[in-house]
Write a protein that binds this ligand. Structure first.
Ligand code: BG6
Length: 489
């Protein structure tokens, strides 16, 4: 059989994402011997740089994260030798044709496979895809393109982007990343649910009272205000990361683990979601706050943010899935920047035990006595189940304790970064963790009318102090559905 080779071109090589995530992830894959025997990495950007300069830039981003005991400088050297740079405009077919020539030299007579990672601002997507596909696609193997959000700002602009991309690429060639799908505990969600008898039969309105998807960061938009202000937290986190997790959580059992079967189920559940009502959403924006002598800026202090911006940096929402499995169960989302902690969690609150013999032991607060399953996506990955337990002793006193699966204690191996898994999947042609265009449409269909209403009515966000737990409005929203937010301690 003819040998094959993979050429990975990072378009927008000097950007933040490339430096922070893509090059380090490629190195980690190389370190773990996951990359094909023949591969090259090309950085593509407008600035002039030599191969040596690119290698220098990349070298600064690499660490021996995977095996801290070992000195991995040999491996780094080997990796860097496979890295090259090509300077060009993003809209120049000629410049991409010159790249094509270089790639061909590396590929020699081997079968050529080409992966382009578009790590550029969205305004450049279409030009870059046009030029890459017309002037630098593989002549005899596959050509794939990874794109990152934002995929438009609403249903219309996202559909226009999809149409434009499909002028040059087949849907199978487009790998839309939602990096939350590459996170270890998000991938594990289906394993937990579908391969455990103690969970699978409970996964419905019959036993689950509510589900919460929580995302918080303890820093603001520092430096990214220019991008962020045009999108806001609902587009930045909810419409994609949290909604994707919700879809995986709530979908029906797929026919198989094939990408198409899984994505079919995700689309179905997204399309069963009830239209979001403005009354079911709370938005917030952080204001400055001084704590311990340190003063933290407000969102509006960010120089790249227009004065009087109403863009939300926090949002909470109650969503419902109108199908037989989930009728009436509130799915709550909460996402915010500049909060008191950095955390992403899924919380599943179970119903009361009917006729609980021990209800007296819980006093009046029976809600405190229900089981809760917590999947802590990050940091410090863990899965724990809150159960009721007798406090040892002669009396009959109960408390809630955790059955705890703490990853750091259970597994010694470092958890891979989401980008490692996603890049490897793209190279291997595994599409399970990438967003299909109909999934994207369904996600936008859900959020677009709400976003339009918030923007047209110029709804003012509730201000919350930097480093706080967010606007109190979120508590009223949850209380409306008899829900108490799980503690993000
Ligand atoms: C990105 C958002 O998609 O996800 C950022 O645009 C956010 O605003 C980031 O900070 C969070 O990702 P992670 O993996 O650090 O939780």
């Amino acid at each position: 059989e003819r040998e094959s080779t993979v050429s990975i071109t990072v378009v927008g090589a000097s950007g933040d994402l490339a430096k922070k995530k893509i090059f380090p992830a490629l190195f980690a894959l190389f370190y773990e011997d996951c990359l094909p025997k023949h591969f090259t990495v090309y950085g593509y950007a407008r600035s002039k740089m030599t191969d040596a300069e690119l290698r220098n830039m990349v070298a600064k981003t690499l660490t021996c994260r995977i095996d801290k005991r070992e000195n991995c400088s040999d491996k780094m050297e080997q990796f860097l030798k496979r890295c090259f740079y090509h300077s060009g405009q993003y809209d120049s077919e000629e410049n991409f044709a010159a790249l094509d020539k270089k790639l061909k030299e590396h590929e020699a007579s081997r079968l050529s496979n080409r992966l382009f990672y578009l790590s550029t601002p969205p305004s450049i997507f279409i030009d870059a895809v046009r030029c890459a596909s017309q002037s630098a696609s593989s002549a005899n193997g596959w050509t794939r393109v990874i794109v990152e959000k934002p995929f438009g700002r609403d249903l219309g602009s996202s559909a226009a982007l999809t149409r434009a991309l499909k002028q040059y690429l087949e849907e199978e060639q487009i790998f839309r990343i939602d990096h939350y799908l590459g996170k270890e505990l998000v991938e594990n969600l289906s394993v937990l649910r579908f391969s455990n008898l103690v969970f699978e039969p409970l996964w419905s309105r019959q036993y689950i009272r509510n589900v919460q998807f929580l995302f918080s960061e303890d820093f603001g938009t520092e430096g990214r205000g220019g991008y962020f202000d045009n999108y806001g937290i609902i587009r930045d986190i909810m419409q994609n990361h949290l909604l994707q997790i919700l879809a995986l959580f709530a979908m029906e059992t797929p026919v198989s683990l094939d990408a198409e079967d899984i994505r079919n189920e995700k689309v179905k559940v997204l399309r069963s979601m009830r239209h979001l009502q403005l009354e079911d959403v709370v938005i917030g924006q952080y204001k400055s706050h001084t704590k311990g002598g340190i003063s933290y800026p407000s969102y509006l202090d960010d120089k790249t943010v227009p004065k009087n911006s109403l863009t939300p940096t926090f949002a909470a929402a109650a969503l419902f899935i109108d199908n037989a499995r989930w009728d009436g169960v509130p799915f709550l989302m909460k996402a915010g920047k500049a909060l008191h902690t950095r955390r992403a969690e899924i919380r599943v609150q179970f119903r009361h035990v009917p006729g609980n013999l021990y209800k007296r032991s819980f006093g009046t607060d029976l809600d405190r006595a229900t089981n809760e399953l917590v999947i802590r996506v990050q940091p410090d990955e863990a899965i724990y189940l809150k159960i009721n337990n007798k406090i040892p002793g002669l009396g009959m006193r109960l408390d809630r304790s955790n059955l705890n699966l703490h990853y750091a204690a259970r597994y010694s191996k470092e958890i891979p970064d989401a980008y490692e898994r996603l890049l490897l999947d793209a190279i291997e042609g595994e599409r399970r963790l990438f967003i299909r265009s109909d999934e994207l449409d369904a996600a936008w269909e859900l959020f677009t009318p709400l976003l339009k209403e918030i923007e047209e009515k110029k709804i003012a966000p509730e201000l919350y102090p930097y480093g706080s737990r967010g606007p109190v409005g979120a508590h009223y929203l949850a209380a409306k559905y008899n829900v108490r937010w799980g503690d993000l301690n």
